[in-house]
Design a protein around this ligand. Structure first.
Ligand SMILES: Cc1cc2nc3c(=O)[nH]c(=O)nc-3n(C[C@H](O)[C@H](O)[C@H](O)COP(=O)(O)OP(=O)(O)OC[C@H]3O[C@@H](n4cnc5c(N)ncnc54)[C@H](O)[C@@H]3O)c2cc1C
Length: 440
């Protein structure tokens, strides 16, 4: 069998890895349009500081993720996140939120109930969650959290935090699509408070790596490099005749029995346009937003916010250019000899994302100065734009997926990656593993 994988991010590379591990009998060809592999995992250096332009941490969820990391990296080099919590800026006020509290699954109920944020009656309503009935139908994050814990839990905590993290209105995000595991826990335990009490702390481990996540990509390439045929080519179309004809930007074409797209759904839509316009339209209906990740290096020890805090999430209502900023050098503690603090911020405002690098640097820095209450001149800066890169799991996401499944009607065509069933790295790896078994 000849198999083509389009895209050399974590989904494409881990799919090739799992196929090879399970003795796939055939040729694997992997197409990547960029000069380097990794997609949204991109580790580089700014001066002497390690920076992650894309993902910087992994929620350890799934046995295949654990096994893959153990095999590639061993057990050394993992770093636990060095943080006791973060601040949330909402309605102009900054509140400290301890770790494990700002989650739809209340992993730290005692801390949650000790927050000054809530009145006594709001705390009572949060505790009544244990008695709230399970609802089968889909809801937005806003509806789900307000129904289970009361509107104060959403308005004062979950809404601002998740809108800052996701950069979008949580009233538009489907709980079934974005957090199916939460809905499964609601169903299984009848209550999220009870679910959190039963689940071991270990299940929520978030890790990073001292050499950066880019090491996973390097090790994957090393491991699969002698078996997989790599092509640094942009795929522009794929048409099914007897075989799948994959055409590169340079005009070359070649045939494959199976093709797997790990590209975002909007990119895949363009590639499949001539083969199946209806399927292409369905893929294009999964919406994606742009964002930018910026880093600044500032002279040492000038940050006035508590050393316990990893940074500040800014509620969407607060209308800043940035949606969050973290003090990466405190959060990750990679290198004790590094001089200066490293600050990372995320930008999702469409207007700000239209700015060139210099204007964007100035705009974002104005916000950071005010949010972190600092007044220094940065000594280093870098920006990475991620255009139309972040999928939005809206209220029609699951309907779109069913439509795509029906229109696909060809078991030699496959879609995995962040656009479909989970944005996080661990979900991408688990979905690649599931597909490897289906192909074998
Ligand atoms: C700023 C940022 C921060 C994030 N932080 C986290 C985090 O901390 N933890 C976490 O779990 N997740 C995080 N994510 C999400 C996570 O990084 C991604 O969802 C995941 O890495 C996606 O992997 P993928 O392989 O599915 O897709 P991608 O990484 O997008 O890979 C797809 C690949 O396809 C290539 N490609 C595109 N078009 C073509 C074509 N026509 N021909 C050939 N190749 C093509 C691309 O160049 C790319 O390399 C973050 C994402 C971003 C952008």
């Amino acid at each position: 069998m000849r198999l083509a994988i389009v895209g050399g991010g974590i989904s494409g590379l881990s799919l090739a890895y799992f196929l090879i591990e399970q003795n796939f009998d055939g040729e694997i060809h992997l197409f990547e349009k960029e000069a380097s592999f990794g997609g949204k995992i991109e580790t580089t250096y700014l001066n002497t500081s390690l920076v992650e332009h894309g993902a910087d941490s992994i929620l350890m969820q799934g046995i295949n993720v654990e096994n893959l990391l153990k095999d590639l990296i061993g057990t050394e080099g993992f770093i636990d996140l060095n943080t006791e919590g973060f601040h949330i800026l909402s309605n102009g006020k900054k509140n400290f939120i301890p770790s494990g509290v700002a989650s739809i699954l209340p992993r730290n109920l005692d801390h949650l109930l000790s927050l000054d944020l809530f009145t006594e009656s709001e705390k009572k309503r949060i505790l009544e969650e244990r008695e709230i009935e399970v609802l089968e139908s889909d809801e937005s994050i806003k509806e789900f959290v307000s129904r289970r814990f009361g509107s104060a839990m959403f308005d004062k905590l979950i809404g601002p935090v998740y809108s800052g993290l996701l950069g979008t209105d949580t009233a538009e995000i489907s709980i079934d699509a974005a957090f199916p595991q939460i809905k499964a826990l609601e169903k299984k335990h009848g209550s999220l408070i009870r679910a959190a009490e039963k689940i071991k702390k270990q299940s929520f481990k978030v890790i990073s790596l001292d050499k950066g996540l880019g090491i996973i990509i390097e090790k994957l390439i090393e491991k699969i490099g002698s078996t997989v045929q790599f092509h640094h080519e942009e795929v522009v179309s794929a048409n099914k005749k007897e075989l799948w004809n994959i055409k590169h930007k340079n005009g070359k074409e070649c045939g494959f029995d199976h093709v797997v797209f790990t590209t975002t759904a909007n990119q895949t839509a363009k590639i499949l346009k001539s083969n199946s316009p209806d399927l292409s339209d369905a893929l294009a209906s999964i919406s994606h937003k742009s964002m930018a990740s910026v880093y600044y290096i500032i002279p040492d020890q000038l940050i006035s916010i508590s050393k316990k805090s990893s940074g500040v999430i800014i509620a969407k209502s607060d209308q800043n250019n940035i949606t969050a900023c973290t003090i990466s050098s405190l959060k990750f503690k990679r290198d004790e000899t590094q001089s200066g603090d490293l600050i990372r911020a995320f930008i999702r405002s469409e207007k700000t994302l239209k700015l060139d690098k210099d204007s964007l640097r100035e705009k974002a820095w104005e916000d950071i100065k005010s949010v972190l209450e600092i007044d220094v001149v940065p000594v280093g800066f870098s920006v990475r734009y991620w255009r139309d890169a972040m999928p939005v799991y809206g209220m029609n996401h699951l309907r779109n997926l069913s439509k795509i499944d029906i229109l696909k009607s060809d078991n030699s065509l496959h879609f995995i990656g962040a656009s479909y069933k989970g944005v996080g790295i661990s979900r991408c790896i688990e979905n690649a593993h599931a597909l490897s078994q289906a192909i074998l």
